[in-house]
Design a protein around this ligand. Structure first.
Ligand SMILES: Nc1ncnc2c1ncn2[C@@H]1O[C@H](COP(=O)(O)OP(=O)(O)O)[C@@H](O)[C@H]1O
Ligand SMILES: [Mg+2]
Length: 227
């Protein structure tokens, strides 16, 4: 792999991510880290499967024109993946800083909602929609990363849960932006209006934006009720 590393971006429990270049282009190398407490054979199989699934979904989404990293190289045996480096900062940092005008924040949130709807229209749920996995560039263009827990889905519940994850995170960690989730959901709904009815996917019809938003409401009240 002709990857030239420059700086480490992230060291987490599951992965280590380096920025650098690959064939002269801005790239990242995502290295899966072995989990010591898991049996090595099981760990290898799980990690292998997850990386295969992540790259397969990324390739599919990139082909459909979504703003996600291209997969440039893959070595599941050693747990290494070379991805296009997406520009910008994680949404979590954009919301923490006070330097951005409200208009920029709102455009960012609307674009985020729209991109999540485009993802859902492909019958794919992300599985980990935290403000760390959403990158924002200087034009408020948004990209999604980290598809290790993403899946092909047709059940409304899992789409609703996807929105509920970002709902909870925006509510809990970004109290300065009280209506952030509303702006995001507005972007989610208007993307469907803009694009029209979602085309049928190989597994059938995907839930409509309206159905998913209704389910989000149900998930919210379930959570409120059960604490
Ligand atoms: N394609 C990418 N472009 C830019 N930054 C990335 C990219 N992939 C990962 N990163 C950076 O590395 C961090 C961790 O990567 P991620 O895929 O989210 O791994 P994890 O599963 O450990 O959360 C991200 O939050 C982001 O800051
Ligand atoms: Mg992540």
């Amino acid at each position: 792999m002709a990857f030239v590393a420059s700086e480490r971006l992230h060291l987490g429990a599951e992965a280590e991510v380096w920025a650098g270049t690959w064939m002269g282009q801005h790239a990242v190398r995502k290295l899966r880290r072995p989990r010591k407490w898991r049996h090595p054979d099981l760990d290898l199989r799980l990690g292998h499967r997850r990386m295969m699934s992540e790259s397969r979904l990324l390739i599919r989404l990139k082909r459909r024109g979504l703003n996600v990293p291209a997969v440039w190289d893959l070595d599941p045996q050693s747990g290494r993946m070379i991805l296009e480096r997406m520009p910008g900062l994680p949404l979590i940092e954009i919301l923490r800083k006070s330097e951005h005008p409200q208009e920029f924040i709102n455009t960012t949130l609307r674009n985020t909602g729209a991109l999540i709807r485009r993802l859902h229209r492909e019958a794919i749920t992300h599985g980990d929609l935290s403000t760390n996995n959403i990158l924002v560039d200087e034009n408020a263009e948004v990209s999604l990363i980290d598809f290790g827990l993403a899946a092909i889905d047709y059940e409304i519940e899992r789409f609703g849960i996807d929105l509920h994850v970002i709902d909870e995170i925006l509510g809990a960690s970004h109290p300065d932006h009280t209506d952030a989730i509303e702006v995001l959901l507005e972007g989610y709904a208007s993307e469907e209006e803009r694009l029209g009815e979602a085309p049928e996917q190989s597994g059938g019809a995907v839930p409509t934006a309206e159905q998913v938003l209704k389910r989000l409401e149900e998930v919210r009240s379930r959570v409120r009720y059960h604490g």
